[in-house]
Every structure is written in structure tokens, then in C-alpha cells.
Design a protein around this ligand. Structure first.
Ligand SMILES: NC(=O)c1ccc[n+]([C@@H]2O[C@H](COP(=O)([O-])OP(=O)(O)OC[C@H]3O[C@@H](n4cnc5c(N)ncnc54)[C@H](O)[C@@H]3O)[C@@H](O)[C@H]2O)c1
Ligand SMILES: [Zn+2]
Ligand SMILES: [Zn+2]
Length: 365
């Protein structure tokens, strides 16, 4: 069993500690991945702050890429040396929800993922013989991860590891929200609320889906500037969003809203800025027991609201397509990497994410 340097969260709201952990066993249907890059997503921050409950101690990190170092029994589709992006939605492929093309609701996935263990309910990591949990079957903030084979998706060798890592959560979620979840039609006026990695990816998804106008909404002027550089046609402060959407739509409101900020006021704004009969996709989240209130009138008139985890991801299909789009110059990822850091700086990286200074910091191994 290999040992690995890992960032371990032992208690919420405390810094992660850099420790040496034991990785394995690599059971049947598992693969051992040598992690090369892992980026810092807002969802990890929510786990650190206790806004989403996970079992501890745990290795976080769910936006990661690396190469296959070992395959477990029965694994035939991947070989040592293959370059992979990790998916945080490994699924069985045959349960009620998988059969209905909703892998994000897979019973096996939802069964043990929240507990931080594998499909068989057993751990794959330990420290001094004490089991250690993996966020979403992964645990990317470590030199090695053992994951179910469904969680390792092969991408072209030409795909750089740091940019490949981004695909695993934020990019998939944002692009997927526009291309797979929203019923976006050519020429539509779209509003994207929140311009972190998820929102910036949603903007690019709107471009790929043929939106007409794309309004980027963020209180941070630097984010608005980045949004324009990445494909938004307009950008504004949240206070101006409703008026701007109406001014472009004969006073109707936007055809599609993608919310990617995760605040009560941004959920409310999405309902106020969409047109009658329009479509809202919520990607952000507040703590699970928080309440969010709405002006009832803002919800009337046939508005369709979907809350999506992972933007309708079909990782095995989508990750290679997203990598190809990057390599062909159709998807901008370089702009989203604000810093490349060693594992030892992971806590500082999350502090910078919380302050809104970085879009994505990427831990390089
Ligand atoms: N649905 C999913 O599968 C999924 C996946 C990843 C992240 N998320 C969620 O998506 C959200 C964004 O994630 P991220 O990693 O891009 O975070 P981030 O912190 O990098 O970005 C959030 C952005 O929202 C902006 N913002 C803050 N207040 C705002 C307001 N009132 N109006 C408009 N914008 C505002 C911030 O300035 C920032 O640019 C988080 O809530 C995260 O939990 C969801
Ligand atoms: Zn399933
Ligand atoms: Zn994420």
C-alpha cells in the first residue's frame, strides 16, 4: 500500500493538517490515481466550514486530475499511465435513477458517498490504522487517491493536468447547466449570477449553446471584467441586473437564468430577473437547513426552476468533450487559474477563495 502526503481535515473550522496517510487497498473495481493537480472549489470550503456535513477525519478535494498508477481486479477500460479527470459522481449504471439517466441520484452513489466511504461501505484511506474518509469518493488533496473506476475518466494525453482538474467540478457544472439542463435556445438572453469558476463556466456554456446576449452579474468588478473576457456580452452589479435584462428583452426579463453564487439574495434575484415562462437553473447552495424566502409574485407565470447538482453531468461523455473543446480553443480554462500552489498552502488558498481574490487555486503535485 502506498503512503501519501495529504491535507487532512480533522475538525471543521480548523486548518487542514499535512499528514502522511496509507492509501489502499485497491479493491476489485478500484483504480489508484497518482494525483497531479487538484483545484480548490467552493464546495470544499463549505465542508471545511461545516455547511455540508461530512464524516471526519477526511481528505477533501474533488476537482482533480492525475494518472492511473494501478488498476484493481476486473478493471479493463483503464491502464497504468492513462491520464484521467476525477468525477465526483461515480454511479452504478443500473439502479432506478441510472436507468432513467439521472446518475446524480444513483442509489449506490448516494448510499455511501455522504459517509465518505466507497460503494462497499469500506474505507480506502487510513492514518495510524484509523479509517479516513474521502470527500465524494475522491480525496484529491493527496498524492494518491483510490477511487471507483467510474470516477476516473480518461482524457487526451495532451490535456495539461492543472486545466484538466477544473473540468472535474466547476467547469462541468457550469457548462452542463447551460448545455444540458437549461432549455437554452439560439439567440436567447441569458443571465449568469455569480462569476466564480462555476459561473464563468456557465457563461461559456451559454456561448457554446448559442445564446444571444449573456449578462454576467457579480458585485466584484474584477469578476465582471473576467466574465467579459471569457464571453459575456454584458456585465453588471446585482442591483442593476433586473433592469438590464428587461432592457434587452422588450421588458420581459431574461429567457434563462443560471445562478452560481449560492446566496439567498441571488436565488431571489433569479426569480425577479427571468421572464414569464422562462427557465431558472440554480447551482449555488446555502447551508442545508437555511431558509430562503421569495416574493410570491416573482414565482408566478409558468417559470420553471431546476436545482442541479453537477449540471446534468454525464462525466464519461462530457469530460473528454470538454478537454477536446479546450484543446481546440473553444473553452477557456487558462483564465480561471489564479494561482498554482504546493499542498502546504492549501489553507491559505481557501482563505483567498473566501475573500474572492482567486477564481481557482490549483495544488500542483
Ligand atoms: N451545483 C453544483 O454541482 C455545484 C458545484 C460546484 C459549486 N457549486 C456552488 O456554486 C456556487 C459557486 O461556486 P464557485 O466555486 O464558483 O464559488 P466562488 O466563490 O468562486 O464564486 C462565487 C461568485 O459569486 C459572487 N457573488 C457574491 N455575492 C453575489 C451576489 N449577491 N450576486 C452575484 N454574485 C455574487 C462572488 O463575487 C463570486 O465571484 C457555490 O454556492 C458552490 O457551492 C455548486
Ligand atoms: Zn445507479
Ligand atoms: Zn466543486
Amino acid at each position: 500500500m502506498p503512503q501519501a502526503k495529504a491535507a487532512v481535515l480533522r475538525q471543521t473550522n480548523t486548518p487542514m493538517t499535512i499528514e502522511t496517510i496509507d492509501v489502499g487497498p485497491v479493491a476489485a473495481g478500484d483504480v489508484l490515481v497518482r494525483i497531479k493537480a487538484a483545484s480548490l472549489c467552493h464546495t470544499d470550503l463549505e465542508a471545511i466550514e461545516g455547511a455540508i456535513a461530512i464524516n471526519l477525519p477526511a481528505v477533501l478535494g474533488h476537482e482533480a486530475a492525475g494518472e492511473i498508477a494501478e488498476v484493481g481486479a476486473g478493471v479493463t477500460d483503464l491502464a497504468v499511465g492513462d491520464r484521467v479527470v476525477l468525477s465526483w459522481n461515480p454511479h452504478c449504471g443500473s439502479c432506478f435513477y441510472c436507468e432513467r439517466a439521472q446518475p446524480i441520484l444513483c442509489r449506490q452513489f448516494l448510499g455511501n458517498g455522504p459517509k465518505g466511504f466507497h460503494f462497499d461501505g469500506r474505507p480506502r484511506l487510513s492514518c495510524d490504522a484509523i479509517p479516513m474518509h474521502q470527500l465524494m469518493y475522491l480525496g484529491g488533496f493527496a498524492e494518491y487517491a483510490v477511487v471507483p473506476v467510474q470516477a476516473a475518466i480518461r482524457v487526451p494525453d495532451a490535456m495539461p493536468f492543472d486545466r484538466a482538474a477544473l473540468i472535474g467540478c466547476g467547469v462541468m457544472t457550469g457548462v452542463g447547466a447551460a448545455t444540458r439542463v437549461a432549455a437554452l435556445r439560439w439567440g436567447d438572453v441569458a443571465v449568469v449570477i455569480g462569476c466564480g469558476a462555476v459561473g464563468l463556466s456557465a457563461i461559456q456554456g451559454c456561448v457554446l449553446a448559442g445564446a444571444g446576449s449573456i449578462i454576467a452579474v457579480d458585485p466584484n468588478p474584477a469578476r465582471r471584467q473576467l466574465a467579459r473576457a471569457i464571453g459575456a456580452t454584458h456585465a453588471c452589479d446585482p442591483a442593476e441586473a433586473v433592469d438590464l435584462a428587461r432592457s434587452l428583452t422588450d421588458n420581459r426579463g431574461a429567457d434563462v437564468i443560471i445562478e452560481a453564487a449560492g446566496r439567498s439574495e441571488t436565488f431571489r434575484l433569479s426569480a425577479e430577473a427571468v421572464r414569464p415562462g422562462g427557465q431558472i437553473v440554480w447551482l449555488g447552495k446555502v447551508a442545508v437547513n437555511d431558509q430562503v424566502s421569495f416574493r410570491w409574485g416573482s414565482l408566478m407565470q409558468e417559470k420553471r426552476i431546476v436545482r442541479s447538482s453537477y449540471g446534468g453531468a454525464k462525466p464519461a461523455q462530457d469530460f473528454p468533450m470538454l478537454a477536446r473543446a479546450y484543446l481546440d480553443g473553444k473553452l477557456k480554462l487558462d483564465e480561471m487559474i489564479s494561482a498554482r500552489i504546493p499542498l502546504e498552502q492549501v489553507n491559505e488558498g481557501f482563505a483567498a477563495l473566501k475573500r474572492g481574490e482567486t477564481v481557482r487555486s490549483v495544488v500542483m503535485f
